[in-house]
Structure formats: C-alpha cells, structure tokens
Design a binder for this molecule. Structure first.
Ligand code: UT7
Length: 329
C-alpha cells in the first residue's frame, strides 16, 4: 500500500458557441424531438476554427491549478487523455506544458477514447502513490466536432467539445482514490473508430472522398455494450474497496446518452439526485465528459468531504473504467 492519492483541485472549460438541436435540423434529416428522446441531448458546445484541444485543455488546467492552490511549476507530470490531439505530434500534453509554463513537468498523451480520463487518473495515481511524483495533472480534452461528419445523422447529433482537469496529489489516509478498474476489448474496436488519417490509411483523396477521416459508429452495439459494462464495472470497483451501492453519494457517469445513464442508475438503485447529468447541455465530449461533469457537481456543492463518488465510463477501443473516490484532502 502506497500513499493515499486524491484530487486537490478541479477545473473545466467549454467553448462559447452553442449548437442546438434546431441548428442540426438545418444540416441533416433529424428533429429536436428525435434527438431529445433518443439521447437526452439538447445542445452542445463547438470550438471555433481558431480553437484546438490544447487551448481548452490549458484553460481547464489553469482553473484546476488555481483551485488546488498550486503553481504550474509545482507539477511533476501532465497526462492528457484525448482522441482529438492538436496534431499527431508533439503531444497535446507537451503543448499544454508549454502554455502553462510547467517547466518541471514530464508530459504525455494517453488514448483510451471516452475512458481516457479514468485511464489517466489510474496512471497518475500510481506515480503519486509510489512517491515517484508529488503532483500530477490529468486532463480530458476534446474537440470532437472537428472529426464529426456533419452529413451523418447517426453520429453528428451526439458530440461536443470541452475539457476538464484534475490535479492529483497526496491526501490523508482513508481519503482519495479507493479503487480503480480498467478494461479493454480490442475485438470491438471497429464499432467506434476513425479509420482514416493514420498509418493504416494515410490521408489521400480516396480517404477524403469516402469521409474516412471522420468518426464511424455502430451506435446500437455500443449502446448495449455500455449498459452492460458500466454497472458491472462500478460494482466491481466498489467491491474492490469493501463498499457497495449503498455507500455511494454520487455517480459521475460518462455523458454519452441519457438513456444509458438512466439504465446504469437503475441497475445501481440510485435516486435522481445521486446521478450527475449534463449531457443535455454538453453532448458527448469523450475524454472530457467525466471531468466536466465532476467539476460541475463539485461547483454546485453536490457532495462534501468524506462522500463516496463513483466515476464510470466506456468508449472506443473498446475500453471502460471506474474509480471510487472518498472526497476530501
Ligand atoms: O462515448 C461512446 C460513444 N458512443 C455512444 O455513446 C453511442 C451509444 N449509442 C447511442 O447513443 C444510440 O445507439 C444512438 C443515439 C446513436 C441511436 O439510438 P438508437 O435508439 O440505438 O437508434 P438506432 O441506431 O437503432 O436507430 C433507430 C432509427 C434508424 O432508423 P430505421 O433504420 O429504424 O428506419 C435510424 O436511421 O433512427 C434513425 N436515426 C435517426 N433519425 C432521426 C438515426 N439517427 C437519427 C437522427 N435523427 N439523428
């Protein structure tokens, strides 16, 4: 058993532009009614042409550092979970390191799609728990609207942009991250992917013509996988630290679809006020979704010191994860 590790500060950032369902009605054959009924999404944020993932990530990070009362120069490591890096390389984490002036920090990106923040949290915990590092910044940041096919009604109604950040460091024994679970099933990778633009299919005219440089998804299959996996993973993580669903003050689920969140909440027997939901205003922001939701719940005073939170998510890869946190330093 290493040191207890917890969240010392949180921050988030959303681009200003709001894209409503009515706006999307102008682009593809869909309706506000269909989108609300099938997903719970009413609007999402969209980054403008001058805003990239590292810009939102930097803003969220600055807010998290201020909340933790730490300076950028205190950071030992920056981890950015994203599937929409500014570019292949340098990593978005290195761009954020430069923006922040975090001169002592190592930096790398981590790609686990919508589970990216939970993967990052788990990796960061190992560094701090072992004593190797003191302060690690974990960011989930995306500009998914830039890899969204705005002619595909199956996907374009779902996604949004944003960033959320957490500063991790040592906390009192008994508080902080109590358990983490991570999983992956690469056999389902084809269900949610962006086939073009990488080394398998470098960008060329054919890739562009076939629109392979955009998100492709078998929504229904992903839906079933999500409902199945999220509740089981949350319960397994609770059992890992000797807790059960009655111990939970608040669930902070990945915000992909209101119906998925409701199904998971039912399986866990949680009341409405115990479940953080902001998908109606953010859409699915992939790796940014859990830290955005956590930050909003934190700012709204939805939980207090010593409350037990469960963070749970799933995404492309396929990947999934859950973290149990006893709040407080
Ligand atoms: O972070 C992980 C990312 N992925 C997800 O979270 C996705 C999880 N999946 C979902 O959220 C849901 O599967 C969707 C919201 C994507 C779709 O809902 P669904 O209830 O699974 O619908 P469906 O795919 O079974 O499609 C039902 C019908 C189809 O028409 P037909 O074939 O029954 O005639 C679609 O063509 O709805 C049609 N449809 C639409 N209609 C109006 C699909 N998209 C739209 C649309 N507007 N935007």
């Amino acid at each position: 058993m290493g040191r207890a590790v917890g969240i010392l500060g949180l921050g988030s950032a959303l681009p200003e532009q709001i894209l409503t369902n009515r706006d999307i009605e102008q682009m593809v054959d869909t309706t506000d009614e269909w989108i609300v009924a099938r997903t719970g999404i009413r609007e999402r944020r969209r980054a403008d042409e001058n805003t990239a993932t590292s810009d939102l990530a930097t803003l969220a990070a600055e807010r998290a550092l201020a909340d933790a009362n730490l300076a950028a120069s205190d950071l030992d490591l920056i981890i950015v979970g994203t599937v929409t890096p500014d570019m292949f390389f340098p990593s978005t984490a290195c761009l954020v390191q430069s923006n922040l002036g975090a001169t002592r920090a190592a930096a790398f990106d981590l790609e686990a799609a919508c589970s990216g923040f939970l993967y990052g949290l788990t990796v960061a915990q190992q560094f701090v728990s072992s004593g190797f590092y003191q302060y690690v910044l974990v960011i989930g940041a995306e500009t998914l609207t830039k890899i969204t096919d705005w002619t595909d009604r199956n996907t374009c109604v779902l996604f949004g942009d944003g960033a959320g950040a957490a500063v991790l460091g040592p906390v009192s024994q008994g508080r902080g991250i109590l358990a983490n679970r991570l999983g992956a099933d690469g056999n389902g990778g084809y269900l949610l992917h962006m086939p073009g633009g990488g080394s398998r299919m470098p960008v060329n005219q054919e890739v562009l013509d076939q629109r392979l440089h955009y998100i492709k998804m078998a929504g229904n299959e992903v839906f079933k996988f999500a409902v199945r996996t999220m509740a089981n993973t949350a319960l397994a993580a609770l059992a890992d630290c000797g807790l059960n669903k009655d111990s939970v003050r608040m669930l902070i689920p990945h915000q992909a679809n209101r119906r998925i969140i409701d199904a998971v909440s039912r399986k866990l027997g949680l009341a409405a006020e115990q479940v953080m939901i902001n998908v109606d205003r953010t859409g699915n922001t992939s790796a940014a979704s859990i830290p955005l939701a956590l930050d909003e719940a934190y700012r709204n005073g939805c939980f207090a010191d010593d409350d037990v939170l469960v963070l749970v998510g799933f995404g492309g890869g396929l990947t999934w994860g859950a973290s149990v946190i006893r709040w407080g330093v």
